[in-house]
Design a protein around this ligand. Structure first.
Ligand code: ATP
Length: 311
């Protein structure tokens, strides 16, 4: 039986601004997304009917609420597909860590099933479905370094892609994105004049990488939601800076914290310092738009790989 085996990549937010609450109840955001090569594995295996999810992670639902299952369901309905699919997810991206694992799984499932079911929608045709699944899902149809506007679901790739080494520290304490946004609402004053991400982008066009002006507006709310994280995050930030990072930030609503490094030597120094302090880290690399696309065209090439049954 033909099946597709795909990598589903994580993201970090290099910066994130919350501008206010929209009339539709969502938040108006500005963010800078960056794909990294940390990934889950997804196998899509055709079935005669029904959508079945298998996943090795205890906190990830295996029913119709799994974001990959919701993506398959939405695409089948959209394309009038009666075939089914078994979706096998091997998790490596920390769950509820602000690294977009569920959203990435959903986008990967859309792209894979578009190919497997021969629908021919492509990333552009899948955008409206992706938006309905979640604000971060459209980004994973694009990848690389990109500006996210509106709910974060209007995605514009940056001309100069960020390249570097990323050290991710998973605080091991999942933080609910919805709870963090509820806390943000308690203290939110609309800030239409917030402009650090636009400033970053315009300086970038002039050849300057102004990482120091980026920050994450969700950090205080995330720390209010999970006060136990404060000490670990402050320690992590200090160690990443001490090792020479260009940027140290919380990703999304946390709890993952990361450092961006220009070279492998400094990233390695950071990983060793974190280990000595008893903090576990994951070393990875940024994936540029071009690299992301190349990986996709390789795995969605004309010949689907043959994979054996897992169960
Ligand atoms: P978000 O900001 O969207 O909450 P996140 O990156 O912080 O994302 P995820 O790993 O996507 O966190 O998990 C968020 C929640 O979504 C978890 O509580 C998990 O149970 C649920 N979930 C549903 N489907 C998936 C999936 N395929 N992979 C991971 N989590 C999933």
């Amino acid at each position: 039986m033909k099946a597709l085996r795909l990598a589903s990549y994580a993201k970090v937010n290099l910066g994130l601004e919350v501008l206010g609450l929209r009339a539709d109840g969502y938040h108006e955001l500005r963010t800078l997304f960056q794909t990294i090569d940390l990934h889950d594995d997804i196998v899509l295996r055709p079935r005669r009917s029904g959508i079945v999810v298998r996943c090795d992670h205890p906190s990830v639902p295996r029913d119709g609420t799994n974001l990959a299952a919701r993506a398959a369901e939405a695409l089948a309905r959209h394309g009038g597909v009666t075939q089914g699919v078994e979706i096998v997810i091997t998790k490596r991206i920390p769950v509820a860590g602000g690294l977009g694992g569920g959203s990435s799984n959903a986008a990967t499932t859309l792209l894979g099933l578009d190919r497997l079911w021969g629908l021919g929608l492509g990333p552009a045709g899948l955008q409206p479905l992706a938006r309905r699944l979640g604000a971060d899902v459209p980004f994973f149809l694009v990848g690389g370094t990109a500006l996210g506007l509106a709910r974060g679901d209007e995605v514009y790739p940056l001309r100069r892609q960020v390249r570097g080494h990323i050290v991710v520290v998973d605080a091991g304490r999942p933080v609910s994105t919805a709870a963090v946004f509820r806390r943000v609402d308690e203290s939110l004053t609309p800030r239409e004049n917030s402009y650090s991400i636009f400033l970053f982008v315009s300086r970038d066009l002039e050849g300057e990488r102004a990482f120091s002006i980026l920050s994450n507006d969700l950090e205080n709310a995330a720390l209010a939601e999970a006060p136990a994280l404060r000490e670990a995050i402050e320690r992590t930030r200090g160690l990443l800076r001490g090792a020479g990072c260009s940027l140290a930030a919380l990703s999304g609503s946390g709890s993952s914290f990361f450092g961006l490094f220009e070279d492998a030597r400094r990233a390695g120094r950071a990983a060793r310092a974190l280990e000595a302090a008893g903090l576990r880290s994951l070393g990875c690399r940024t994936l540029s738009l071009e690299e992301y696309r190349k990986r996709w065209s390789r795995s969605l090439g004309p010949v689907a790989v043959r994979v054996g049954r897992t169960r």
